[in-house]
Design a protein around this ligand. Structure first.
Ligand code: G6P
Length: 612
């Protein structure tokens, strides 16, 4: 999880301004930080491991001159949080900062090393600097060098770049990770969010997916993925509320859905070492959880977070062979649960970290002497403070009441922990770990690809918005996703919806099927697909309006039976429940918009429930 800032300034020294912006970005990471400036055309740089104050001290003792610079605050993903691995990264005439994950960095790095490039760090980011530098060395201008390099990068990124000898040039690019341009008076800025550039300007351009930009102090040129020039509007942002601006989006929920390539990448980056293709639990120095001594995991949560525990139950049992018990927090302590005297691990999941029932359940488990851990999004929350081991989600602030990016971040954290447990218990081999972590690092890109379905989903929503009841069905690990799909729809559209395990259909719910009841099947082509297909036929035979969400293979096998379909990118079954959460969020969102409800503040609900 990283924050980036770029300042193409006129007179004021860049370094203190970069620090000011980085302070506002610290919520995105704080394990190392760095800045680079152009001083008489030369790149100069200072970096420090640890909190931002270490960099500030360094700059106080040995200041950097120059009005043009870039800065970075890091949450380590590739390579430990050392000074060497801290951004900015430099290769020849290029210095850059990066947020995201370059998935194909290994192949690029090998090719560049073959050409004689010598790497200093273990990061994926340094590859980008070398790639652009090699294009410049081959005779291209900085702009052409970037234009040539960007299509070669797989994965998610926001980049800010400066170039030796180019005092009036800064280039930015975004794919998956957010990036804004700040338009000043005779100055330009780049930042991860509007909050970062708020001290310098309130005029902000939100770059769109695949955009890249070439800035001078007085101009900005924006290009789309194909290299065609595009115009993006300038928004006026209230600096006080810049952290909670909707940007170009109509609703926070929509913004947060579209942030998921970034929020999942950040969260996965906190757990997965993409270079080693291994899992390392944050906050766990190797001895915080002795997985071999754990005999049962007891997971407790509320609402959407509870559905995350239901998905995790499949992962922990299948990958780690660990018995799991899941509980709704409001039910938990009053039934006087029998807790294991030894070997029990209590695991709480909460976005806010303040949900009263979850907090009470945590205290109950602590009193019972259990080791406690929590997957939590707000690091300063009560749950985060009271638990033995914090397993962070790095979704960033979630404003929409209906949880979206926090849910997928919870799944990413839980998936990583399940792999760590599986490895530690000898249930997974090193090769299994490599395959599963690779699937996780590819997930943010697949989520971006799923966004291509947005207008199709809006079209489907027009019809479904007329329904009085909607049924969601899923099998195995997609059963909880069906539950979450139904919850999302209820919360924001007020349409009655129920989620069921597909196989349970004939034990009652099938009586609800008629031509006015849409049935949403969440069914990627996995080991259970044939069985889902049979259930789908049962619904279609009773004139149910089936919407099948699957991949190309699944949709091909289903043929003409479903009334409508949604095509998802093909993915490893391990990450499918995370990927398939996205279209069900988009479907609920579009249905609510169609119905004209208050999407971000639905009636009767609250974001954080701090009463029982
Ligand atoms: C409320 C929210 C839900 C959330 C639940 C649990 O009901 O509206 O979106 O899933 O609380 O909240 P937590 O902060 O503990 O995840």
């Amino acid at each position: 999880m990283c924050g980036i800032i770029g300042i193409l300034g006129e007179q004021a020294e860049a370094a203190p301004r970069l620090i000011e912006a980085l302070r506002r970005l610290e919520y995105r990471g704080y394990d190392s930080a760095g800045v680079a400036t152009l001083n008489a055309g030369q790149i100069t740089r200072k970096r420090a491991a640890g909190k931002l104050k270490n960099l500030e001290t360094l700059l106080y003792e040995t200041p950097l001159s120059g009005s043009v610079g870039i800065g970075h605050t890091r949450w380590a993903t590739h390579g430990p949080p050392t000074k060497t691995n801290a951004h900015p990264h430099v290769s020849g005439p290029v210095a850059l900062v990066h947020n995201g994950i370059i998935e194909n960095f290994r192949a690029l790095r090998e090719a560049l090393e073959d050409k004689g490039h010598v790497f200093q760090t273990e990061t994926d980011t340094e590859t980008v600097a070398h790639l652009i530098a090699s294009n410049i060395e081959a005779g291209l201008s900085p702009t052409d060098a970037v234009a040539k390099a960007l299509p070669e990068l797989d994965g998610a990124f926001a980049l800010a770049m400066l170039f030796e000898g180019e005092d009036d040039l800064m280039i930015g690019a975004r794919k998956g990770s957010p990036l804004v341009i700040g338009v000043g008076d005779g100055e330009m800025f780049l930042g991860s969010d509007a909050l970062a550039v708020a001290p310098f300007t309130n005029r902000v351009i939100y770059l769109e997916e695949g955009d890249w930009c070439v800035l001078t102090k007085t101009s900005h040129a924006i290009f789309d993925t194909s290299g065609a020039p595009v115009t993006r509007p300038i928004s006026i942002v209230q600096s006080a509320s810049a952290s909670i601006e909707k940007g170009n989006y109509r609703h926070f929920m929509q913004k947060e859905i579209f942030e998921q390539p970034d929020s999942t990448a950040r969260t996965i980056g906190a757990y997965v070492n993409a270079l080693q293709r291994s899992v390392e639990l944050p906050g766990d120095n190797g001895d915080a959880i002795d997985w071999s001594a754990i005999t049962q995991v007891h997971m407790v949560a509320c609402g959407t977070a509870y559905y995350a525990t239901l998905v995790a139950e499949y992962w922990f049992e299948q990958l780690a062979g660990l018995p799991v018990k899941t509980d709704i927090a409001s039910e938990f302590r009053y039934r006087e649960p029998a807790l294991p005297e030894q070997g029990g691990l209590a695991l709480f999941v909460s976005q806010s970290g303040e949900t009263a029932d979850t907090l009470a359940a945590l205290r109950y488990c602590k009193d019972a002497g259990l080791k406690t851990s929590a997957v939590v999004n707000v690091p300063t929350s009560s749950i985060a403070r009271e638990v033995d081991l914090v397993l962070p989600t790095l979704a960033g602030p979630e404003i929409g009441v209906a949880s979206t990016k926090a849910f997928t971040a919870q799944l990413c954290a839980l998936a990583s922990v399940a792999v760590a447990a599986g490895r530690a218990r000898g249930k997974l081999s090193r090769d299994d770990e490599k395959r599963l972590t690779t699937a996780l690092t590819e997930l943010p890109r697949l989520i971006s690809e799923a966004f291509q379905r947005d207008s199709d989903i809006a079209e489907l929503a027009r019809n479904m918005a007329k329904a009085k009841d909607v049924i969601y069905l899923g099998r195995g690990v997609h059963y909880p996703i069906a539950l979450e799909g139904a919850l999302k729809l209820k919360e924001i559209s007020y349409i009655h919806a129920e989620g069921y395990a597909s196989g349970e259909l004939k034990h009652g719910p099938i009586a609800l099927i008629d031509e006015d009841t849409p049935v949403v099947f969440v069914a990627p082509h996995d080991g259970l697909f044939e069985k889902s297909l049979s259930n789908l036929q049962e619904v279609a035979a009773r004139h149910g309006e089936v919407l099948l969400i699957s991949d190309e293979t699944g949709l091909k096998e289903a043929g003409e039976t479903p009334a409508s379909t949604m095509t998802m990118p093909t993915c490893d079954p391990f990450v499918a429940p995370i990927l398939y959460s996205v279209p069900i969020q988009m479907l609920a969102y579009h249905i609510a918009v169609e119905k004209g409800t208050d999407v971000d503040q639905p009636r009767n609900l609250a974001k954080s429930v701090t009463v029982e």
